[in-house]
Design a protein around this ligand. Structure first.
Ligand code: UDX
Length: 446
């Protein structure tokens, strides 16, 4: 099938690579010329396991073409996906300018009927808005007889396992009342829908809301556990024991009940804020969502408060080793990463950071250039180097490489023998056995 995807961010690029892999002829359109040039040369701007070889192989075979030429993209396609970003505006609302601009561009260039599918995470009613705008342009162009077949098809991939998630989706949501669009999408997704039925069809608005509901529920689960961890901290209970105890109930399940430093990334924070904003617009009080948002912001301070409790106000001039900068493992993404927040609080208190992350160091360099320049931040060559001369160790991301460290070395290197574990990756009993003090999130001290 001939497919065009507008937007070469996480969602667009992964989707394009996976569709090329299943034999489609995919054109990716982006307004960012520099990015398109990099992609054309096989240089992938994001770190995502498995993405680079797919993009390189299919670029070579011309199954995947990158261009800034929207007219060419529209002309090429039987099926057009809109997969551009919807960042948070100042007031928390989703910024739809990119989505609407793509809709306008398609309507401006189309000379035959088109199927247009919105993959970006968009507030309920956006697909209707894109459709109405496109129709207006077609009328202005005197091409009223052309059809736009609209659908919503949200994406549920997780960074770090995006290719796998796309190859083996849990579900494929097709939101449309339009037969043409539904049939074409069913055909496109047939290779991913082989063993059992994964396609769930519904109307466009329900599909748009499904995406928000999924992310907001997951964020709520995490936040609930963070709150219980705070209770456990005060009562001498252990959140890890509680997690195992409740996760065994299939109605609760083991996923997304890990207490930590608060959720980050490009989706949860933005989507919670957008749904709160939509609710306010409709004079509806989304109290749970508001509580999740404010609890999560508070959660990002919890580990810092524990550090302050240990060191008192004597943070000035101290050096902290930080292991992990990405908002989660297997990505270099630092958007709303708890590591950035805790480093900022430590810098404000006059401390210095020696950080290590297996892949996010270039991103950290970009984000915190001024702290590198002032030498408040040093990016270390290894996790061991980061310990050198540090007062304490802070764990911010649960990378596999951090799971079984040399505790003797940690004890021998740190000035104060203490680990602040923002991801609860160590067993307090084991750490204590090595003569190191352990502070986790809701962990019972050994
Ligand atoms: C999320 C959704 O999972 C995905 O379906 C959607 O399409 C995009 O948003 P992503 O942001 O890539 O994916 O990461 P995810 O693995 O969901 O983690 C989000 C955040 O929650 C991370 O900061 C992670 O550290 C945190 N988290 C996750 C917890 O703190 N505890 C948990 O138990 C699980």
């Amino acid at each position: 099938m001939r497919v065009t995807i507008f937007g070469t961010g996480y969602v667009g690029l992964v989707h394009a690579a996976v569709l090329a892999e299943t034999g489609n002829e995919v054109v990716c359109v982006d307004t960012n010329e520099h990015k398109i040039n990099r992609l054309t040369n096989g240089d992938i701007p994001i770190y995502e396991p498995g993405l680079q070889p797919l993009v390189q192989a299919h670029s070579l075979s011309r199954k995947l073409i990158f261009t800034t030429d929207a007219a060419y993209g529209v002309e090429h396609a039987e099926l057009i996906f809109i997969a551009v970003g919807t960042p948070s505006g100042e007031d928390g609302s989703a910024d739809l300018s990119h989505v609407m601009a793509v809709g306008r561009s398609i309507a401006t260039h189309m000379t035959s009927d088109k199927i247009v599918v919105v993959k970006s995470t968009v507030p309920v009613g956006t697909c209707d808005g894109v459709y109405a705008t496109m129709r207006e342009i077609l009328v202005q162009r005197g091409l009223d007889e052309l059809d736009v077949h609209m659908a919503s098809n949200p994406e549920f991939l997780k960074e770090g396992s995006a290719i796998l998630d796309s190859m083996k989706p849990d579900r494929i949501i097709i939101g449309t009342d339009n037969r043409e669009a539904e049939n074409k999408l069913r055909e496109l997704y047939a290779p991913f829908n082989r063993n059992h039925e994964k396609i769930i069809t519904m109307d466009m608005r329900s599909s748009e809301l499904t995406k928000y509901a999924a992310n907001c529920l997951l964020a709520t689960k995490i936040t609930f556990m963070n709150e219980v961890a705070g209770i456990a901290d005060r009562l001498g209970a252990d959140i890890e024991s509680v997690r195992r105890g409740i996760g065994s109930d299939p109605r609760i399940g083991y996923h997304f009940i890990y207490a930590g430093m608060g959720y980050g990334g490009s989706c949860f924070p933005k989507d919670i804020r957008a749904l709160i904003h939509t609710s306010i617009e409709h004079s509806y009080h989304a109290g749970i969502l508001e509580a999740v948002e404010s609890r999560n912001s508070a959660q990002k301070r919890v580990l810092f408060e524990k550090i302050k409790k240990h060191f008192g106000d004597r943070l000035h001039g101290r050096i902290f080793a930080v292991w992990g900068l990405a908002f989660k493992p297997n990505t270099d993404d630092m958007r709303e990463a708890p590591a950035s927040e805790i480093m900022t609080m430590l810098w404000q208190a006059g401390a210095k950071i020696q950080a290590f992350d297996p892949v996010a160091m270039p991103e950290c360099k970009r984000l915190h250039a001024e702290h590198l320049a002032s030498r408040d931040l040093l990016l270390s060559d290894s996790k061991e180097d980061a310990l050198d001369g540090s007062d304490a160790l802070i764990i911010c991301t649960e990378w596999k490489a951090f799971l079984s460290p040399d505790f003797d070395l940690i004890k021998g290197t740190l000035k104060e023998k203490i680990i602040f574990d923002g991801r609860n990756i160590y067993d307090p009993v084991v750490v204590k056995r090595y003569g190191i003090e352990y502070v986790g999130i809701g962990r019972r001290s050994a």
